[in-house]
Design a protein around this ligand. Structure first.
Ligand code: UDP
Length: 377
């Protein structure tokens, strides 16, 4: 039996931020992490080619939130990185999000101005007053020809579901541009941590009040850790409750099978990320990590991403069926005092990195405010 003030399950964004906040406030914090490393899915390392690669897919930080931006800058330096993605569509290479160049290249148009682009979209799109699924979300913005070429099959490969089977929010993550802007995000702050994400997490967690137990499944040792003030759980919510509401219908997650190759050439592709929205290849995208931060190496490392059902859960699958199952777990979760469910898997929500930082910071603020008001009353 070991005494800790704050017990945290998982050393990803949510767990690390809460650990740092409580440790700085003088609490003794223990993080129990199943994997052999910190940083969750942001974990990166130098590979055999001397290239900084991410073990669980490229992570591009972007935010409009001042507080989050200031918070992450306390720990490490960030260099500006405006992420771009290109897609190979029927032997053509086009920017994604869809912009003027995308339409001109795919349909041999000569659009030059924003007004012409809006007119092209107006002539193609199918209007839905309030899109109720991913297909309607795309059709209402770009219409069926772009839907077929760029969204329908990519989504099927990524989720094993067509857009019609997913919430509109999934497809609405990607904007549509009426100009030539070929950046993937438009947030005020877009940057990558110098030296990588693992280093950032090492710095966040570098505090004498924080102890980290790696290679340990919380559910194997939980009897040894009782008597904490608060428990923050960042793993899959259904696992916490021993899958009790998933006997008939499982809460779905998507995982990714990362297939890594060394290519004996300076570069393999012209951009860090190339998407493959067609059915000609089974993977969704190829990431060439050397592009991030303009790294130097004689060879290059590429990673093909195949999204799969089994394996570490990375993505909750946003649709009404899963929301219904999740709602049952949420009721259970809300009944527990001093246990908090935080992050993408515990809240079953498709958060971006900055939202994960924000939610953890907000949770800390709200709990501390609560303590203050309880104390005052
Ligand atoms: N998507 C698509 N074609 C693309 C890129 C994305 O159809 O070339 C869809 C797909 O359903 C994906 C969603 O848009 O899940 C959101 O894309 P995002 O890049 O945000 O996905 P992530 O990087 O989080 O996997």
């Amino acid at each position: 039996m070991k005494h800790v003030d704050i017990l945290i399950i998982g050393a990803g964004i949510s767990g690390s931020v809460l650990a740092e906040r409580y440790a700085s406030a003088g609490k003794k914090v223990l993080i129990i992490e199943k994997r052999s490393h910190i940083a969750g899915n942001c974990f990166d390392h130098y590979d055999e080619n001397g290239i900084l690669v991410s073990k669980y897919g490229a992570h591009l930080f972007h935010t409009n939130d001042e507080e989050v931006w200031q918070y992450v800058n306390r720990f490490t330096a960030w260099y500006p990185w405006e992420h771009k993605v290109i897609a190979r569509v029927e032997n053509k290479t086009v920017p994604i999000p869809v912009n003027i160049t995308t339409v001109n290249t795919l349909f041999e148009e000569n659009i030059e101005t924003e007004d012409e682009m809006r007119a092209w979209l107006d002539a193609n799109k199918i209007h839905f007053e309030s899109p109720s699924n991913g297909e309607e979300a795309v059709l209402t913005r770009v219409g069926p020809v772009l839907y077929d070429k760029m969204f329908k099959h990519y989504t099927k490969k990524q989720w094993d579901k067509y857009p019609i089977e997913l919430d509109a929010s999934v497809l609405n993550r990607i904007p549509v541009r009426h100009n030539y802007d070929d950046r993937y995000f438009s947030d005020n702050y877009q940057a990558l941590p110098e030296g990588g994400y693992t280093l950032l997490f090492q710095k966040i967690l570098d505090h004498p009040n924080i102890e980290i137990l790696l290679n340990t499944d919380y559910f194997d040792v939980k009897e040894n850790y009782v008597g904490y003030e608060k428990l923050f759980y960042t793993g899959p919510v259904d696992r916490f409750f021993d899958f009790k509401h998933s006997l008939d219908e499982k809460l779905e997650y998507r995982s990714i099978n990362f297939v890594k190759e060394t290519v004996d050439a300076e570069f393999f592709q012209e951009n860090s990320v190339v998407n493959y929205p067609g059915l000609d290849v089974p993977y969704t995208r190829i990431v060439e990590y050397k592009h991030f931060g303009n790294q130097q190496s004689k060879k290059t490392t590429i990673v093909k991403e195949f999204t799969v059902d089994e394996g570490d859960p990375y993505y909750p699958v946003p649709n009404s069926r899963n929301q219904e199952i999740y709602a049952k777990y949420k009721i259970e979760a809300d009944k527990l005092s001093d246990v908090y469910f935080v992050g993408r898997l515990a809240n079953y929500k498709y958060f971006n990195m900055d939202q994960a930082f924000k939610n953890a910071l907000d949770l800390y603020h709200s709990l501390e405010m609560e303590c203050v008001s309880k104390f005052e009353s």
